[in-house]
Ligand binder design. Structure first.
Ligand code: NAD
Ligand code: DAU
Length: 351
């Protein structure tokens, strides 16, 4: 069936994997990738599919209503997968307003434009908002996040995502906008910007630089390979029930310090270093302010309703990830050539 799907943030980490999956899997769909190309957006992520006839890129800012209205008036958009966001917790601690503007106001702009352009024909439309498990706050040693867990965000990033989730649901209840939301745990894999733990650590290990571990490294995250998330987004976009929220989790809970040790082993192996060489780079640094202790997802709703299962385990995913970064040094060099040095200096040398 012919459809035009607008994917926002499609030049970013997760977005680029979602764009690729949709372009390849659905030749009858036109995939419109809307991205501002901030520091985190990179069209090199899509070099292998950017000349495909069912793919188009449009550089635009979700904070700009006029740009969004123009795109909607020029295209008959059937579905939206909304990933565009400021996504890094540490940056939200330094500059909260950027997160409010993009993640909250930008999302409201998109909701308004979708509602206005779909007002006479909501049937068959879908506004899919991609969110995070961080909206639920922080767990102790036990327990899981369920779709019914009360929101309790604790960083400017997670508060901005929580706010956008509430607004998306408000547009469902108030205007009948056909929305669906998913809240996913930590992603890792190819094309992730090296401000996030795993690609940053890979890059530092490769260059024999210290690996900064916040606090004591006791914090726990539930890791999901990015292609697994993209596949799940495809499932929920097509089969998820309107007005519902689905939790997506990797079933791969790891303490940061254990994750880093595993990563060091893989890196020693791949770089032909003596076992234990990379682990010597581990450096404990000042903790992140308000650092959430543990995230863990219960994804039984997704499993029971949509027959979903997580596929890739961390051991396999981390090897694939390391191999990708080691064989894509040019990608890393380009990414590092922007303002990265300045960011890294401000973030780590003052700790
Ligand atoms: P990312 O930072 O890699 O990519 C974000 C993309 O959004 C970039 O391409 C950027 O250019 C674009 N963007 C930023 N501001 C924009 C604006 N004003 N207008 C248009 N485009 C803009 O992020 P990611 O890690 O791929 O995350 C994507 C989405 O998934 C986010 O909404 C994030 O909250 C959510 N999420 C991420 C994770 C994770 O582990 N990375 C987990 C769960 C949910
Ligand atoms: O849970 C989903 C979220 O996962 C997404 O919504 C966010 O967009 C994504 O950035 C990620 O957030 P985290 O804060 O969990 O990811 P990050 O890679 O920044 O950090 C992972 C853990 O590692 C966290 O406990 C902080 C720690 N850390 C991070 C960095 C960058 C370190 O110890 N050292 C570091 O240098």
């Amino acid at each position: 069936m012919k459809k035009t799907i607008l994917i926002t943030g499609g030049a970013g980490f997760i977005g680029s994997h979602v764009v690729r999956l949709f372009v390849n899997k659905y030749p009858d769909y036109t995939i419109l990738n809307l991205d501002l190309l901030t520091y985190a957006g990179n069209l090199e992520n899509l070099g292998d599919i950017d000349t495909r006839p069912n793919y188009r890129f449009v550089r635009a800012d979700i904070r700009d209503t006029d740009q969004l209205s123009k795109i909607f008036s020029e295209n008959e958009i059937d579905g939206i997968i909304h990933l565009a966001a400021e996504s890094h917790v540490d940056r939200s601690i330094t500059d909260p307003l950027a997160f409010i503007n993009t993640n909250i106001l930008g999302t409201v702009n998109l909701l308004n434009v979708a509602r206005d352009s779909w007002k006479d024909k909501m049937n068959g439309k879908r506004f899919y908002h991609i969110s995070t498990d961080e909206v639920y706050g922080s767990l102790g040693k036990e327990g899981f996040f369920y779709e019914t867990t009360a929101y309790d965000p604790r960083s400017p990033y997670s508060a901005s995502k929580a706010s956008s989730d509430h607004l998306v649901m408000a547009y469902y209840h108030t205007y009948g906008l056909p929305v669906v939301i998913s809240n996913c745990s930590n992603n890792y894999g190819p094309n992730q910007f090296p401000e996030k733990l795993i690609p940053l650590a890979i890059n530092n290990i490769k260059n024999s630089k210290p690996i900064p571990v916040y606090g004591k490294g006791e914090n726990i995250r539930d890791w999901m390979f990015v292609l697994d998330h993209a596949r799940t987004i495809d499932l929920i976009f097509h089969k998820g029930r309107t007005g519902e929220t689905y939790n997506i989790g990797g079933h791969n809970e790891l303490k940061n310090i254990d994750l880093i040790h595993k990563l060091c082993e893989v890196m020693d192996n791949r770089l032909n270093r003596v076992r234990g060489t990379s682990a010597k780079l581990i450096t404990f640094v000042k903790d992140r302010a308000g650092h959430d202790l543990r995230y863990a997802i219960d994804s039984s709703k997704l499993q029971n309703e949509l027959g979903w299962m997580p596929s890739l385990q961390f051991e396999e995913g981390i090897e694939k990830t390391v191999d990708w970064y080691l064989s894509n040094q040019e990608w890393m060099d380009h990414v590092l050539s922007g303002d990265y040095e300045k960011y890294y200096h401000n973030q780590y040398h003052k700790r």
